[in-house]
Design a protein around this ligand. Sequence first.
Ligand code: COA
Length: 258
Amino acid sequence: MSKSFSTITLETDDKGITTVTINRPKKLNALNDEVLNELADVFKDIQIDEAINAIIVKGAGDKAFVAGADIKELRELDNRSGRMASQKGQQIFQLIEDTRKPVIAAVNGYALGGGAELAMACHLRIAGENAVFGLPEVGLGLIPGYGGTQRLPGLIGKARALEMILTGKQIKAEEAHQLGLVNEVSSDPVKASKELLHNILKNGPLAVRNAIKAVYHSDHRSGYQVEADVFGELCETEDSMEGTSAFLEKRKPEFKGK
Ligand code: COA
């Protein structure tokens, strides 16, 4: 792939494994609109680039994989634009999940909100020892809007997913491993991802692609519509304005249930 991007760097090794690095470390790699647009372009290219066999997604630096959707941008959303933003994030993450080449999230540091949702849209997840996962949106007066309400129950079961989504609590790598949210914990998640991909890529490429297709085949896409509708409605509430403002002003939110 010869294009260059301003918030994403790409590197392909001699085995055709492309590492996609989200590169906004000063904002803990938060997903603003530019990052999302570039991620979409990158994955559209990856689908058709025959030199690419597999993908690793990671964040720049050790502190964060991705600390979520960009809260500054979330604060500006109303019902309509909020629903559209949710649908846009869902579509881009669906594009990642629909990639018929193995995609592994190598997670160092914080994978919160949209970051956890991005990791969940990847086919496999390897966590660094310092990884932290969580869906803290309720603390902002919102809900996960990029597929988290749909993918987390599928990965760890409804009861545990609801507990994480309703409390917004953060869990460390080991607990994420015990819950089945991540496949492995490693001191070097990129190296471990490459090793796992080497094992996968020894197998028949058509078999690998079709196995991914079969595992993800589902007729139950309507939950995503509900997620986007509710996300949009919440964007217009006093609570989400208070939650996002409180984060940016570095204070505790005072919710009123309005
Ligand atoms: N959106 C926008 N900016 C973000 C962000 C996000 N999701 N997460 C972090 N940042 C920014 C901070 O505002 C800060 O910017 P500043 O230096 O201009 O003030 C910078 O990234 C560093 O973050 P900071 O909060 O100072 O780091 P920390 O080590 O004290 O805390 C976290 C790290 C991850 C606990 C904290 O940043 C956090 O709670 N982030 C939001 C997580 C979240 O709610 N995500 C879901 C969004 S849907």
